[in-house]
Design a protein around this ligand. Structure first.
Ligand SMILES: Cc1ncc(COP(=O)(O)O)c(C=O)c1O
Length: 350
């Protein structure tokens, strides 16, 4: 598939310079059609019957396999979730932390991680997003490192594997801005979250969680999928593998949509996205105060971010601001073209 062919799969790109996949990626036609087909089934045959459930459960298994292959882990290490936030909550509730325990995080994390961290009851230690500062903050009470692979603020990548090795601690990686944007190998990392609706261009409220060793994490928020059998008290035998952490039933349309979206992404997606991010930096450099970053998010400082975002939106150029930072953030995906970037630059200069 050529870039031109791939780009034509996204109707929304005809009008909008879509530079905010860091929030929601654009939906491709095959993704929309797969979702519509499931709604049609529901409308005409109902969401019911043995064959229906067997089929949807098989699709669920297929999705688990696809996501596992995407991040280089085994299907038995993938839980299907509804978001990165959901994944963080599953891990932090399951670790059963106490106030004397410490978790190290960075000063540039999203509330999708910070909220679950705070709710865990542990003492949260915040450092600069700098590998040396992170390692220096480790104490005998540290139980976990919890941080992003790609910072949502600047698009800077953190060396998550190196941090795990150097600290000797388990790591919870927030993968919201990495999976689908850069090549990810989550093998050997303890917990790694996936958002389906961002760089994977999947439906809303889809995602997954890698749990490297499912037997070592408590099922603290059981859904029906948690058990292979249970007693009248609710005491249960956990299902095999990370499927025990599946957070809920996902609609058949969501499963079909995410599978279709995974099928749309071309082999060259990571290289192309990196090229577009580099091109975006090159074009913005003379006109904007860029912050350092190396993934597919490009951020720049400006005096009035909401005004810049609004001005660009009036020209159908969609970017976002990062609250309380003075930053405007541009998301460059494999679908991004030169024309989108020129429209961005023209809008900034206007
Ligand atoms: C770094 C980071 N973590 C978590 C989230 C929340 O993601 P989700 O909506 O999948 O929970 C976001 C969303 O923007 C994010 O950028």
């Amino acid at each position: 598939m050529t870039w031109e062919e791939a780009r034509r799969l996204f109707p929304v790109l005809n009008r909008i310079a879509y530079l905010n996949a860091g929030t929601f990626g654009p939906l491709a036609l095959p993704t929309i059609q797969a979702m519509e087909a499931e709604l049609e089934v529901a409308a005409t045959s109902g969401r019911i019957g043995h064959a229906y459930f067997e089929r949807v459960l098989a699709e669920r298994a297929g999705l688990r396999e696809r996501l596992a292959a995407l991040v280089g882990v085994e299907p038995a290490q993938i839980a299907l979730s509804s978001s990165t936030t959901d994944g963080c909550n599953i891990v932090l509730a399951g670790l059963e932390l106490a106030p004397g325990d410490e978790i190290i995080t960075t000063s540039e994390e999203h509330f999708g991680l910070l909220g679950p961290l705070q709710a865990s009851g542990a003492h949260i230690v915040v450092t600069d997003p700098d590998p040396e500062a992170i390692v220096a903050a480790v104490t005998p009470r540290t139980r976990l490192l919890a941080l992003s692979h790609v910072l949502w603020t600047s698009g800077r990548t953190l060396p998550v594997r190196e941090l795990r090795d150097r600290s000797g601690l388990p790591i919870l990686v927030d993968g919201a801005q990495s999976v689908g944007a850069i090549r990810v190998d989550a093998s050997g990392l303890d917990y790694y979250t996936i958002s389906g609706q961002k760089w994977l261009c999947g439906p809303d409220s889809t995602g997954a969680l890698v749990v490297a060793e499912p037997d070592r994490l408590r099922v603290a928020r059981p859904s029906y999928f948690a058990q292979s059998s249970y007693e009248p008290t609710g005491r249960f035998e956990p299902r095999e593998g990370a499927a025990r952490f599946d957070s809920n039933w996902l609609s058949a349309a969501s499963i079909a949509g995410l599978l279709a979206a995974l099928g749309v992404a071309p082999r060259w997606c990571y290289e192309r996205a990196a090229e577009q991010a580099a091109r975006c930096r090159e074009l913005l450099e003379p006109h904007a105060d860029l912050v350092a970053g190396d993934a597919t998010l490009v951020s720049f400082r400006t005096e009035d971010p909401p005004a810049v975002v609004k001005r660009l939106a009036e020209r159908d150029v969609q970017v976002r601001e990062i609250p309380k930072t003075g930053l405007v953030r541009v998301s460059c995906g494999w679908w991004t073209g030169e024309d989108d970037l020129q429209r961005l630059v023209d809008g900034i200069r206007s």
